[in-house]
Write a protein that binds this ligand. Structure first.
Ligand code: NAD
Ligand code: UFG
Length: 337
């Protein structure tokens, strides 16, 4: 298939691009590079020895998106594009709704105009708010207790996709709720490249390990978990990428929603310990106040993806730490090196 990746230059998009190309698909990428560099796509081309068609277009630009659809014969879309910082979304909610919700509406409009009906959407476990059950399954309530405009934008988009599919039976949509993506491609050529101070745990830990930052601030040790620190379901980005391939293969009429996680949780201290062991570096840490909006525990019920997509995460936390460390050592300043 010829697949359009919106936001394909980003962290998850670039890793998914490698796996899609290796599975024989042709790729077209739309990205405005607001949180990425075109170098990631050049590296994907180097890994796969194949070309990617790239359009530097803002997905909020209706005529720009139309031009791409009229110049390419698109079979399916994977919609990664979006702003993803929980903190920034609290400071600038309008921009988040405009960018995430607004550009999805434009994408849906243009897909309808060009008769493209297959869509895979990047959602997030954040739509579960404070999970009402653990492990949390796709049937759990969503939309309540979400603590940020970012999270609400994902929940709104899920609702919009459901409404759109009720009105247009030809639409085939998979909503993928990612848990905590970590890791990097095994080549060390592509990885996560935060533009500012990392807000996610793994990139921060990795920058401490290499000496770019002094110590990890652990956000709270008062949670009802084994060691008091927050527990998350960390999924290797290459496993996540494979989940997209399976979702594409299993698209069917209507909306199907899948958790993509490992089904097991690790605490912040366990993650730091694993990274320290794998990298052989000391990782100083300090327990500080809890971060507002964080939940104590989140991990996925992964049975639906296993049953319907024949997909399970195969890589371990240690694998992910090893791959992040290789990426960090080879690219101490990310794509700027
Ligand atoms: P990323 O920032 O690395 O990638 C997103 C890409 O979208 C970037 O390249 C950015 O430049 C592009 N983009 C943003 N707005 C755009 C617009 N209006 N037009 C064109 N391009 C635009 O983020 P990522 O980690 O690869 O995340 C991909 C998707 O997965 C996002 O939708 C994110 O919300 C979702 N997600 C990520 C995580 C995570 O922890 N990384 C967890 C759950 C869900
Ligand atoms: N943490 C620290 N110190 C840090 C960073 C994080 O202790 O410097 C802790 C957090 O408190 C949390 C855990 O590490 O317990 C993971 O935090 P992340 O920021 O890496 O991830 P979150 O679970 O908060 O959020 C991530 C994405 C969101 C997404 C959510 C659910 O950032 O976009 O997963 O998918 F919505």
């Amino acid at each position: 298939m010829k697949i359009l990746l919106t936001g394909g230059a980003g962290y998850i998009g670039s890793h998914t691009a490698v796996e899609l190309i290796e599975a024989g698909h042709e790729l077209v990428v739309i990205d405005n590079l607001s949180n990425s560099s075109v170098k990631s796509l050049r590296r994907v081309e180097a890994i796969t020895q194949r070309d990617i068609v790239f359009h530097r277009v803002n997905l909020a630009d209706l005529s720009g998106v139309r031009e791409v659809f009229s110049s390419e014969s698109i079979d399916a879309v994977i919609h990664f594009a979006g702003l993803k910082s929980v903190n920034t979304s609290l400071r600038d909610p309008i921009r988040y709704y405009q960018n995430n919700v607004g550009s999805t509406l434009i994408l849906l409009q243009v897909m309808a105009e060009f008769g493209v009906h297959k869509l895979v959407f990047s959602s997030s476990a954040t739509v579960y708010g404070i999970p009402q059950e653990l492990p949390v399954s796709e049937t759990a309530g969503v939309g309540f207790g979400i603590t940020s405009p970012y999270g609400r934008s994902k929940s709104m988009i899920e609702q919009i996709l459901t409404d759109a599919s009720l009105a247009e039976p030809k639409l085939q949509i998979a909503i993928l709720r990612y848990f905590n993506p970590i890791g990097a491609h095994v080549s060390g050529r592509i990885g996560e490249d935060p533009r500012n101070t990392p807000s996610n745990l793994l990139p921060y830990v990795s920058q401490v390990a290499i000496g770019l930052r002094k110590k990890v601030a652990v956000y709270g040790q008062q949670y009802p978990t084994t060691d008091g620190t927050g527990v998350r379901d960390y999924i290797h980005v290459v496993d996540l990428a494979h989940g997209h391939l399976r979702a594409l293969d299993h698209l069917r009429s209507g909306v199907s929603t899948y958790n993509l996680g490992t089904g097991r949780g690790y605490s912040v201290l366990e993650v730091i310990e694993a990274f320290s062991r794998v990298s052989g570096r000391d990782i100083p840490l300090e327990i500080v106040a809890a971060r507002s909006g964080d939940v104590a525990m989140s991990f996925a019920d992964v049975e639906k993806a296993k049953r319907e997509l024949a997909w399970v995460a195969e890589r371990t936390l240690d694998d992910a730490c090893r791959d992040v460390w290789r990426w960090q050592l080879q690219n101490p300043r990310g794509y700027d090196d």
